[in-house]
Design a protein around this ligand. Structure first.
Ligand SMILES: Cc1cc2nc3c(=O)[nH]c(=O)nc-3n(C[C@H](O)[C@H](O)[C@H](O)COP(=O)(O)OP(=O)(O)OC[C@H]3O[C@@H](n4cnc5c(N)ncnc54)[C@H](O)[C@@H]3O)c2cc1C
Length: 470
């Protein structure tokens, strides 16, 4: 009695729902992965994300191998490869975990039409689709009310797989990154552990920080967040594992203030919230969720070429913004506070098209996750659900002064500002000649002057949003 488990984003065995369920019913299970060449050509992918996926996939295969099992890999179109495997193996059932983007849903619908019994499962999120609804049975668009129910509802616990064997089936090599057309960019620093072990190390390290997460998480220089986002994206760890690990921390500290843990779990609820938004409002993948702002005429990256290049390369003359964009380019990850600040700047100071921003982030983020990214971008652009109101415009200087008071984060990512005195670190354009000379940083030469007048842009942006509402 053979079953096929079609693996996609859950690159682990433990608590992989489809694998767990298949192992309960079948002695022979084939964990199966299809490397979809077309996807690599079409999607907005970049080195950090592809590298994480690739190494996590290899590591998953190795881990199964250590246990005498295998991850069967084929290259091609997923549905065709599934069809072939079903025929080759006479498998009687196909299992997979659900995914929620438009592309995945269309692909999975085709799989449901294959000539085999098919069962799919919730795995990537704690609550999905329409599990959490308002009293009118509509999907929530406001996080606070959604989160109340998210916390109240019963949550599944992680599960182990039962014993199973993987029959002899022909498998292809996982293609190298080079074969897929990806090379490490110059000057890029790779600091990720894309494996089950890497995820567990992250969890252990974060346990030391979680109690003060609520106080520290916004301070970009503190490195106080979990950095579990790519692991959750590629499923080297499950959402249930991390949620319950946090619960255990609470239980172990009955006499301590555990608000840091609760605040961290709220982020997991945000993740689910955006997944259910993408599922229930699929049009938000292409359009502003708020209809009144769909007609806004953003500047494309071609129209705004100079501003686009300055923003992308961290050369806007606004140090906090530039530090965020350079952290991204150099490491494939950006602190959440900075994701908000740089995106707000792209919108309200530069009026850049949010779809270009989305494409760039998709190529650069190691953790690029459509639901969270669209949610985050539309939040900062004031065009999404529960978004930052359009008249509340982040001030890129005061954000830096508040969340990086000594300029530690700025100095780390914008080295030409390293020796700029504290009093000028957020506004180096105000340095006098002596300060410029002493810090070895001449404004306009070593570091740019601000490319826009923030106060002007803020006023204009509010006006443009108001016009769009009329
Ligand atoms: C413009 C913008 C784009 C974003 N794009 C992505 C993206 O592509 N992928 C992604 O995973 N997150 C995205 N986020 C959300 C958030 O910035 C990252 O999840 C977080 O910075 C990841 O770091 P961490 O793992 O240390 O998070 P922690 O602070 O440790 O949080 C734990 C986990 O909760 C989830 N989470 C945290 N904050 C959010 C949030 N605001 N929305 C949804 N989930 C959240 C993540 O899975 C994260 O790993 C984006 C936010 C903004 C403002």
């Amino acid at each position: 009695m053979t079953a096929i488990v079609w693996i996609r984003r859950s690159l682990r065995e433990f608590d992989n729902k489809a694998l767990v369920e298949a192992s309960k019913e079948h002695d022979e299970v084939i964990p199966f992965y299809v490397v979809d060449d077309e996807y690599f050509e079409k999607a907005d992918l970049g080195y950090p994300r592809v590298k994480f996926w690739h190494d996590a996939l290899e590591s998953f295969q190795e881990n199964l191998g250590e246990d005498g099992k295998n991850l069967v890999v084929r290259k091609g179109k997923p549905i065709e490869e599934l069809e072939k495997l079903i025929e080759e193996t006479d498998a009687e059932k196909l299992y997979f975990n659900r995914d929620y983007s438009k592309y995945s849903r269309q692909r999975d619908e085709k799989a449901r039409g294959l000539d085999i019994e098919v069962e799919d499962f919730k795995d990537a999120v704690m609550f999905e689709k329409k599990e959490i609804l308002t009293s009118d049975n509509t999907a929530y668009q406001t996080y606070t009310y959604y989160a109340k129910k998210w916390f109240k509802n019963d949550k599944k616990r992680p599960q182990k797989v039962e014993d199973y064997e993987v029959p002899e089936v022909e498998s292809e090599e996982i293609p190298s990154l080079k074969e897929l057309g990806f090379e490490k960019p110059e000057d890029f620093e790779w600091n990720w552990g894309p494996s089950r072990e890497g995820a567990q190390e992250r969890i252990e390290a974060f346990k030391e920080k979680i109690m003060s997460y609520d106080e520290d998480r916004d301070y970009a220089w503190k490195d106080s967040t979990s950095k579990l986002s790519p692991h959750l994206k590629f499923g080297t760890v499950s959402i249930r594992e991390v949620f319950w690990e946090a619960e255990r921390m609470k239980a172990r500290n009955p006499n301590s203030d555990t608000s840091g843990i609760k605040t961290w779990q709220e982020e997991l609820a945000w993740r689910d919230f955006y997944f259910q938004m993408m599922y229930n409002y699929p049009e938000s993948e292409e359009k502003a969720l708020l209809e009144q702002f769909r007609s806004i005429d953003w500047r494309s990256k071609e129209e705004a070429e100079d501003d686009w290049e300055a923003w992308k390369n961290g050369k806007t003359g606004f140090p906090f913004v530039d530090a965020g964009m350079r952290q991204l380019k150099k490491s494939g990850w950006m602190h959440n506070r900075l994701r908000m600040v740089v995106t707000s700047f792209a919108c309200k100071d530069l009026w850049l098209d949010w779809k270009d921003v989305h494409q760039y982030f998709s190529e650069q983020f190691v953790d690029a996750e459509k639901a969270s990214m669209i949610g985050g971008i539309q939040w900062a652009y004031s065009i999404g659900t529960d978004a930052q109101p359009y008249f509340r415009v982040f001030n890129p200087w005061t954000q830096g002064e508040k969340y990086d008071p000594d300029g530690e984060y700025i100095r780390k990512w914008v080295p030409e500002l390293e020796d700029v005195p504290d009093e000028y670190i957020h506004r180096p354009q105000e340095m006098n000649q002596i300060a410029e000379k002493e810090s070895g940083c001449r404004i306009g030469e070593d570091y740019p002057r601000p490319i826009v007048d923030h106060d002007e842009e803020r006023k204009e942006s509010v006006e443009k949003f108001e016009q769009a509402r009329e």
